[in-house]
Structure formats: C-alpha cells, structure tokens
Design a binder for this molecule. Sequence first.
Ligand SMILES: [Zn+2]
Length: 232
Amino acid sequence: MSKYQHIKQKAYEANMQLPKLGLVLFTFGNVSAADRELGVFAIKPSGVPYDELTPEKMVIVDFDGNTIEGDLRPSSDTKTHAVLYKHWDGINGIVHTHSTYATAWAQAQRCIPVFGTTHADHLTVDVPCAPPMSDELIAGDYEYQTGHQIINHFKENDLDHQEVEMILVGNHAPFTWGKTAEKAVYNSAVLEAVAHMAHLTEQIDNYAPRLKDSLIKKHYERKHGPDSYYGQ
Ligand SMILES: [Zn+2]
C-alpha cells in the first residue's frame, strides 16, 4: 500500500462531497489534502468524472508542483494548490470550484459584502475578491501565478489566511482552504450560501447596508472567540 494512502483517501472523500453539495458540474472543481510532514498533497486527477474517481486515482504532488506518485495527470489547477501550501502554514486542504453564485460575484469582480449573521459566523470582513490576472501573468505560468495573485491580495489587504479561509479570483471563481480538506469543503459550501444570500439581498434592496459592527463581533466571537459558546 502507498505511504500516501491516508491523504489519497481524504482527498477522495472530500472531492466526492463537491457534487453531493451541488458545488460542481461535470468535472469542474478539485480538492486536495496535504501531509505537511511528508511535504506532499493528494489531488484529483484532471478531467476524470466524479463517478469514476477512486482513492487510488488521486495524484501525489509536492509543494513545488512535481508529481511524486500516480498514473494520471493531476488537476490543471495543481500549481495553484502547491503555491498556497508552500507559502501558507497551517492549511491542509484546498478547494477550487466554479459554484454558481460565488463565481458570479468573481465574474462581477466584487467582494461579497457582509450583509448578515450567516456571513459573520464565519468571517468578520467582506469575502475578498482579487483582481483579474494581468495579460502578462496569463501568458506566463498561469496556474502558478494564480496562487501568487491570491497570496499577494492577502498581503496587500493585510488579511490573515487562517482567519479568512476563502477568496474570489476576479473573472474566475472561488478558492477556499482550511486546517483539513473537510473544513475546506465546508468553507466552499458556506461561501456559496453566503454568495447566494448576498445576491438576493441586493435584488431586494440595492442599497442594503452592511451588518453593523456589534452584530459582526457578536456572531463571530460566539463561534470563534475565547469565550465562544456555540456548539457542544
Ligand atoms: Zn477554475
């Protein structure tokens, strides 16, 4: 048995959640699961339909994007995953989808305003949207540069990747991450729900105000603060 079996299994299970949660059509989307000690991650193979996936088909890649084990070609977005693992500590799972509502905000190149407590339960700021890639970056090593586009946007906006576990890439679609692949998938589903609600909010009232600070703080801290009391 492969010494990478544990992350192949995790990546497989997390990938299979995407169609179940309605976050992907056909083969759009991919999840990876990393093992920091081994310095590798397991990722979905490119272009393989979800109903044909097995744990054995997952491809093992290092944080420089080199394939270490696997017969199939890894997801075309593999270099973006590699860059994020290499530069950001504490994340062990990454998800990329073209889920409808989150992608619509990315296409409109807009951050998702924090309109309500569903959003504030997960993050206290607007969901960030990185600018679209420049022609120079698109012509270069596109997927690798997409990773740097995300990291640079976090740096420039003083965002912490352990607090804000999601981003929209302008003109493209969302990426989410987390301490585990499971958490990264959860974040993708939350992002899609928040994107849908924010869209409907603006449909009802184009001038809907952002959530007030007291409620943002209250909701975030009851789940994440030192005195959190949400859940068991
Ligand atoms: Zn994409």
